[in-house]
Design a protein around this ligand. Structure first.
Ligand SMILES: Nc1ncnc2c1ncn2[C@@H]1O[C@H](COP(=O)(O)OP(=O)(O)OP(=O)(O)O)[C@@H](O)[C@H]1O
Ligand SMILES: [Mg+2]
Length: 208
């Protein structure tokens, strides 16, 4: 079983978007998948509640009281972290995770906040143990602020795995309880291109 944690203490950077779409990717490929929502806002579980029975299932687990255990047979677990986490909470989450994804938005405030967070990770031995990757989110390419974000992220000792476009596709998917993978291919062609490197990074040699 592999556990992927999506975390960044900065609010609204795309943790739930990344978590729900990744869970839906596994579901689409018939991989038994659970989604643990550690956030008391329960946005991931609310997304799951909208999910149609006609789509492949995702097991939802409310982890907001610290529960992290999953049923037997689950092969992939995607964990949605809350905003505003303490170092102690971060350590507990990182201990559980094989891979950690950090979404970052191209905005000056988010870039500065990410700098502080990543600085904390690199200084803390416990936190450095997991495999960590960055995801630039809500990107409009060829904008000055995205170029600034890319320059900043590329300077860090953590790989920039991919960038996800700023598109209504994620908003529609968030409303409907599905992921971009489960939308009509002609709508999400460009988004599939941005997810491929992310899936490869998480799955390494596995063919999924
Ligand atoms: N790539 C994207 N394109 C368009 N909209 C996006 C994208 N990523 C996220 N959003 C939207 O931005 C908002 C915040 O995203 P999301 O809820 O995933 O962030 P979060 O980090 O989970 O927030 P919180 O810290 O409150 O839990 C949501 O309305 C979401 O639909
Ligand atoms: Mg969230």
């Amino acid at each position: 079983m592999k556990k992927v944690l999506v975390v960044n203490p900065k609010g609204g950077c795309g943790k739930t978007t990344l978590t729900t779409n990744l869970a839906s990717y596994y579901a689409l490929w018939d991989v038994p998948v659970a989604l643990i929502d550690l956030d008391s806002q329960k946005s991931s579980l609310e997304w799951l509640a909208q999910r149609s029975d006609r789509l492949n299932p995702i097991i939802g687990i409310d982890g907001s009281h610290g529960r992290m255990s999953v049923p037997d047979g689950i092969q992939r677990v995607v964990i949605d972290a809350p905003a505003r986490t303490t170092t102690a909470q971060l350590r507990r989450m990182f201990e559980q995770a094989d891979e950690v994804l950090i979404p970052v938005l191209p905005s000056p405030i988010d870039i500065r906040a990410a700098g502080h967070f990543i600085g904390e990770l690199l200084l803390d031995k416990m936190l450095r143990k997991s495999r960590i990757g960055l995801v630039a989110n809500r990107v409009r390419e060829n904008t000055l602020i995205y170029n600034n974000l890319e320059t900043f992220l590329n300077k860090l000792k953590i790989p920039l795995v991919t960038h996800l476009r700023d598109t209504q596709n994620y908003i529609k998917a968030a409303e409907g309880g599905y992921g971009v993978f489960e939308m009509a291919p002609y709508l999400v062609d460009k988004d599939m291109d941005t997810w491929r490197p992310l899936i490869r990074w998480i799955e390494k040699d596995h063919k999924l």
